[in-house]
Design a protein. Structure first.
Length: 160
């Protein structure tokens, strides 16, 4: 086949196997730093654009709609949210089988745009549903490190 012809059968496409070793440092930026410094205190912070009436969680330094600078517009958004979507996991991140399954959900913090993926705990999978009110459970203060895992998981808050 000449190089200018298109493949008609995708199983004819060649490939090679290999590995690309990669080490990186991902900086979280000023808004991310504020977010993680407040997580240590057991709080979830966002930024609010008063013009658009949008609160971003995790916080953003600029409003995505009007480009207003939000760096000094941090607000405590509380620790309650709702399950936006969820699934059950039977493997760890590195592909090993777990002894017990876990529930992973996209949680939207109440009154905000966005949210984050985290575990749901202290509930059976069959009892979880989209829109279920949940509340963050933080690790004990002494063992917090300023990362998203300072939130142990979210639990049903019981107030729909
Ligand atoms: Zn805005």
């Amino acid at each position: 086949m000449a190089l200018i012809e298109r493949y008609q059968k995708t199983n004819e496409v060649g490939f090679w196997e290999g590995k690309i070793p990669m080490n990186y440092v991902y900086t979280c930026g000023r808004a991310g730093e504020k977010f993680f410094r407040e997580i240590i205190n057991g709080k979830i912070f966002g930024t609010k654009c008063a013009q658009c009436n949008i609160t971003y969680v995790p916080p953003r330094i600029y409003c995505e709609k009007c480009f207003e600078r939000l760096e000094d517009k941090y607000i405590d958004v509380g620790t309650k949210g709702k399950v936006h979507t969820f699934t059950q996991c039977y493997e760890t991140f590195d592909g090993n089988k777990k002894e017990t399954s876990s529930i992973v959900a996209m949680v939207k913090i109440d009154g905000t745009e966005g949210g984050f993926v985290h575990w749901i705990g202290e509930v059976d999978f069959k009892d979880v549903h989209i829109g279920m009110p949940v509340q963050a459970v933080f690790k004990p203060a002494k063992s917090r490190e300023g990362n998203i895992l300072d939130i142990k998981y979210f639990v049903p808050s019981g107030s729909e």
